[in-house]
Design a protein around this ligand. Structure first.
Ligand code: PEP
Length: 251
């Protein structure tokens, strides 16, 4: 049985005060992390404070990106070691916005996944197709290529602890959601890619989230599907009420 994981991706939203208040409030409202992993991936500048507020609660804190080097002359970047030193548990890697606006390559994402594991941070590895790729029937080939590249060089044991987020780009922030059946089919195809690259046990262990306009109204149907183990949520993770409902749906 895979434990569901509901992760909020705040992107570049919220003031410091709003972020701290949200985490403070949510920690007393969400169900136990024995039933569901609840994560908030916040802007880097707030992470240290949010980790402190969430300490010894059922909420985990994640970053939205990081560099793959431990340290160095990389102005403006944040390293895996720095994230680990403040107690960050997760990091979103290869989000489509990072791939598109910051030219992140599959090769860089693969290095970041390695760097995350080196400091015991769980990577949430994003993949997904554009609208044009979907129309051209290339969805499975696209996610297969992204996941194969991201997982290159890892052992089966390492991969079992990772999280993959299938996020069709046309569904992110658009209000359009993949049907639960379509999302499940692609998540199943991703699981098959992991089975082919490693083995069945690894494919059964790895958690695969769906992301793209997930909200309290559609999460239950999505989570009822065999291959969907959780959600990566942007917009609906910004309000306490809807975030708590999403986590409750996972429990
Ligand atoms: C995301 O940011 O990864 C995302 C899926 O956003 P939204 O839920 O707003 O579509």
């Amino acid at each position: 049985m895979r434990k569901p994981i509901i992760a909020g991706n705040w992107k570049m939203y919220k003031s410091f005060e709003e972020a701290a208040d949200f985490v403070d409030e949510v920690t007393s409202l969400i169900p136990s992390n024995e039933a569901v992993d609840a994560v908030i991936c916040a802007p880097a500048i707030y992470l240290a404070t949010l980790v402190e507020i969430a300490d010894e609660t059922d909420l985990a804190i994640g970053a939205q990106n990081m560099h793959y080097e431990t340290e160095g002359a990389f102005t403006g970047e944040v390293s895996p070691t720095q994230l680990a030193s403040i107690g960050v548990d997760y990091v979103v890697l290869g989000h489509s916005e990072r791939r598109e606006y910051f030219a992140e390559t599959d090769e860089a994402i693969n290095k970041k996944v390695r760097a995350a594991l080196n400091v015991d941070i769980v990577p949430i590895i994003c993949c997904g197709e554009t609208d044009a790729e979907r129309e051209a029937g290339q969805t499975e080939a696209k996610v297969e290529a992204q996941i194969t590249a991201a997982l290159q060089g890892f052992s089966a044991e390492e991969v079992q602890h990772m999280v993959i987020a299938y996020e069709p780009i046309w569904a992110i922030g658009t209000g359009k959601t993949a049907t639960a059946d379509d999302a499940n089919a692609v998540c199943g195809a991703i699981r098959q890619v992991v089975a082919n690259l490693f083995d069945d046990a690894t494919a059964q262990a790895i958690r695969i989230q769906y992301g793209g306009s997930v909200k309290p109204e559609n999460i239950e149907e999505l989570l009822s599907k065999e291959h969907i183990d959780g959600a990566l949520v942007g917009g609906a993770s910004l309000q306490v009420e809807s975030y708590v409902k999403l986590v409750e749906a996972g429990a």
